[in-house]
Design a protein around this ligand. Structure first.
Ligand SMILES: C[S@@+](CC[C@H](N)C(=O)[O-])C[C@H]1O[C@@H](n2cnc3c(N)ncnc32)[C@H](O)[C@@H]1O
Length: 357
């Protein structure tokens, strides 16, 4: 009883606080689930860490998109909250095992889309500092590897400063905080794209791509744009799918470095990934970069919460203060140079560039 009440409170709060004003459908569905003892018992069939509303609602959405929960799909398409609430409960009770299986199998992916806006100038800066004419990208904790197309998207900063490919079908924008513009330099040619993840998503796999769509909420105010941008990102990624290496980054990184041609600078990127690593793993990750730099220069660009990326300065900011630090580390000739080149907010929707030229 106690556990069910707690779960009920979690769902009610999610509906009334997190979804309210953003997604009327998820508000209505989450509150309805919180009020249904049967639904809560079905959710309790999932392991505790997989019972959160974002996971269960994404799993239900996935089944709707897969054509396995037609009433729920129709209710979402019609933006009919009452019908969606009824259909969500019905689906959860009828297909408890399937909902739980999706929830257990998958990790939700947040959809803030400023990552490339953060990565582009920092990667270009890394290449400039090393004097590299070609780079190989290695994204660690890559999920679907969308960061690996950073050179193939168009980014607009502040009032219009462009970077990237202006003709790209994938377009991002990021507000600039402060008065320092991001460096205008283009990044050199990308000659290798390698994604590393415990469980990478393959954009050319229908189930994996559907899961990315399922993680979007069905009726957020800017859902049409978000949905269209995700489709454009998936289509762009599918034209040159990255090499995906599945496994623990600490184990897999040597193989990833080996995939970058000798005349290219390997640039490792991490965006909001290292908090999932134990402290010991973060240090071993750093050690792997150091080892790879015995034979060649190596760069690491990070966008991580304050104090999460080892060796990257925190600028005196408090941990968990809601923003992230953009780090740039260059390993070469037994020297490690690390710098915080910026701060960012909302996964890169706003950024402050700090580094001098
Ligand atoms: C919070 S997600 C971040 C994903 C993506 N970089 C982003 O910006 O949204 C963390 C990712 O790191 C992966 N991950 C966690 N521990 C890992 C490890 N030891 N080695 C490789 N990947 C790991 C997870 O599978 C997950 O896809």
């Amino acid at each position: 009883m106690g556990r069910a009440r707690t779960l009920a409170q979690v769902y009610r709060r999610f509906g009334e606080v997190d979804a309210a004003g953003t997604s009327p459908l998820y508000e209505r569905v989450a509150v309805a689930l919180s009020e249904s003892g049967e639904a809560l018992r079905a959710i309790e069939a999932a392991p505790a860490r997989k019972r959160h509303p974002t996971v269960i609602l994404a799993a239900l959405h996935d089944l709707a998109l897969a054509g396995r929960a037609p009433a729920l799909a129709a209710a979402y398409a019609a933006a009919d909250g009452d019908a969606a609430a009824g259909a969500a409960i019905e689906t959860l009770l009828r297909m408890t095992d399937s909902v739980v299986a999706v929830a257990v199998r998958r990790r939700t992916r947040p959809d803030e889309t400023g990552r490339c806006a953060v990565l582009y100038p920092a990667i270009a800066e890394a290449a400039r500092r090393v004097g590299a004419n070609a780079i190989g990208l290695i994204d660690v904790g890559c999920s679907a590897g969308l960061n690996l197309n950073v050179d193939r998207v168009a980014v607009t900063y502040g009032r219009g400063q462009p970077l990237g490919d202006p003709s790209s079908p994938v377009r991002f924008s990021s507000s600039i905080v402060g008065d320092r513009p991001v460096p205008a330099g283009a990044m050199p040619e990308v000659v290798a794209r390698v994604g590393v993840d415990l469980d990478p998503l393959d954009v050319t796999d229908a189930d994996d791509a559907r899961w990315l769509r399922a993680c979007l909420w069905p009726d957020q105010p800017d859902q049409p744009e978000r949905g269209a941008r995700l489709e454009a990102e998936l289509a762009l990624a599918a034209t040159a799918p990255p090499l995906l290496l599945a496994g623990d980054a600490v184990e897999v990184l040597p193989d990833a470095f080996a995939r970058v041609p000798a005349d290219a600078l390997p640039v490792v990127t991490t965006t909001w990934a290292l908090s999932r690593f134990s402290l010991e793993s973060r240090l071993r990750f750093l050690q792997r970069l150091d080892e790879a730099a015995l034979g060649r220069a190596v760069a690491w660009v990070s966008a991580e919460g304050v104090g999460v990326a080892p060796a990257i300065p925190t600028l005196g900011d408090r941990r968990a203060s809601g923003h992230s630090i953009i780090g740039l580390a260059v390993f070469g000739q037994s020297v490690l140079r690390t710098e915080a080149v910026g701060r960012c907010w909302s996964r890169g929707r706003m950024l402050a560039w700090l580094a001098g030229s």
